[in-house]
Design a protein around this ligand. Structure first.
Ligand code: MSS
Length: 381
């Protein structure tokens, strides 16, 4: 069998414990253990998802290019270009967000959709620093045409890379602190995570957080490029308020811009980070710990934990949050005698949004947006 190279061999500076799902383009996931070991996910432990690699950027070192230009164009009164150096002199904002691939959890769908077999590690919590798009337009005295409904972004094609184009609704400027990020966790943005500059929209799935951004275009329509449709979408019924239209597991779906939606806001989710699956822990006091997050539009109000496979549930204690777009850390202390247990966790927010016990209810052909309740078997000795 062919041996996958380790994460540090694929991307300089990554923790070798990350799991390489593909080395070209680079796709690697973190682990529950690593996610539980730090409050803010370090650049060494953060997952990577490239659709298109840019040559020479497979490193966590910064990509120092003060002259790199981002073009702001489309439905604006005065299109302009701005360099990374100029951006760094404008007022900076910091926001802590959960960055998660919309394919995270894909391998739990049954039958398993094609695509990278993510388990739980396509997620992390990081602090970004950059210039809000709103601030940038204000600073430049640029006005939006009222016809503008989407932000359509393009990544660099340097070294002959294929284009990567994604759209967001323009509301991300108001609700998701959309920014051109130049920094991550107090350092310049690592090259592999989009340095020198990427788009970050708090509370959204990773897909449209375009790395190595060169163009932000205000448009009337959503991009019709391949990365927008059919990729990165889930079925919906137009005009009907189901978050995802359940489809027959295993069936095909003919994705159009109308009968599906892009992976916009992150759906509510929660993970158990301790005990780890299959581990043995000392009783009787066992602290079950983990994280929960959503799109940041409403606070998470309740995190319930079961240790008997869902027969009974009790509220966990929310220990702290990292702002509305970060994750909530929670702990559920339990007195457990020696034996076998199965822990489960389910978060609910103030809008009543919660997680399905059976995540497969939202089976979709491309395996996006899994948020089924997590189950962890462990032994108490
Ligand atoms: N950008 C670019 N330029 N390219 C690519 O490929 N991808 C996506 C984002 N951005 C891309 C971009 C995805 S899809 C994701 S997740 C993200 O990114 C990730 O990030 P990191 O930093 O971690 O790598 Mo799924 O939904």
């Amino acid at each position: 069998a062919q041996q996958q190279p380790t994460a540090d061999q694929v991307v300089q500076g990554k923790n070798p414990k990350l799991v390489v799902l593909s080395s070209r383009p680079v796709v690697m996931e973190s682990t529950l253990e690593l996610l539980g070991s730090e409050r803010i996910t370090s650049k060494a432990n953060l997952f990577v998802r490239n659709n298109i690699d840019l040559p020479g950027l497979n490193t966590t070192e910064p990509n120092v290019q003060p002259g790199w230009e981002v073009e702001i164009t489309g439905l604006v009164d005065k299109p302009f270009k701005i360099t990374v150096d100029e951006l760094s002199k404008l007022p900076q904002t910091e926001v802590t967000t959960v960055l998660q691939c919309s394919g995270n959890g894909r391998s739990f769908f049954n039958p398993r959709p094609s695509g990278n077999p993510w388990t739980y590690g396509g997620v992390g919590q990081v602090t970004w620093r950059g210039v809000l798009l709103k601030t940038l337009l204000e600073a430049k005295g640029v006005k939006l045409d009222p016809k503008a409904r989407f932000i359509t972004m393009n990544a660099s094609t340097q070294g002959g890379a294929q284009p990567y184009e994604k759209s967001y609704p323009i509301s991300v400027m108001e609700h998701n602190s959309a920014m051109l990020a130049l920094g991550m966790n107090g350092e310049p943005l690592p090259a592999v995570h989009g340095g020198p500059v990427r788009l970050v929209a708090a509370g959204t799935f990773g897909t449209a957080n375009v790395k190595w951004i060169t163009k932000v275009e205000f448009t009337e329509k959503e991009s019709s490029g391949n990365e927008q449709v059919p990729r990165y979408r889930v079925p919906v019924l137009p005009g009907w308020n189901t978050p995802i239209l359940p489809t027959q597991p295993g069936s095909r779906y003919n994705y159009t811009l109308d009968n599906s939606r892009s992976n916009w806001g992150a759906n509510i989710n929660s993970f158990i980070l301790s005990p780890l699956p299959g581990s043995s822990v000392r009783g009787r006091l066992v602290e079950i710990r983990g994280v929960a997050w959503n799109d940041g539009l409403a606070p998470i109000e309740s995190i319930e934990v079961s240790v008997d496979s869902g027969t009974t549930w009790r509220k966990a204690v929310i220990e702290g949050d990292h702002g509305k777009f970060g994750w909530y850390r929670w702990v559920a202390p339990r007195l457990l005698s020696p034996g076998e247990y199965e822990a489960m966790v389910r978060a609910t927010d103030a809008l009543g949004r919660t997680q399905p016990l059976n995540g497969n209810i939202w089976w979709n052909e491309r395996g996006y947006e899994w948020n089924g309740v997590m189950r962890v078997k462990f032994t108490v000795t």
